[in-house]
Ligand binder design. Sequence first.
Ligand SMILES: [Zn+2]
Ligand SMILES: [Zn+2]
Length: 59
Amino acid sequence: MRCKSCSGEGLLRCPDCSGEGFDYGIHKCETCSGEGEFACSTCEGTGKVGIMDKLKSKA
Ligand SMILES: [Zn+2]
Ligand SMILES: [Zn+2]
């Protein structure tokens, strides 16, 4: 499924797909702004979070 925010262009700064161009339900980590900090426990340093992880982090 193409990312709606960037029309599948995969813009690096696209917050919805983190530059993937496709919406896998994986979004830029809001905790570290997608920087993927080593200490970030929300995205485990990847800078991206799946929708399930996002739900878990809010629970
Ligand atoms: Zn996008
Ligand atoms: Zn993070």
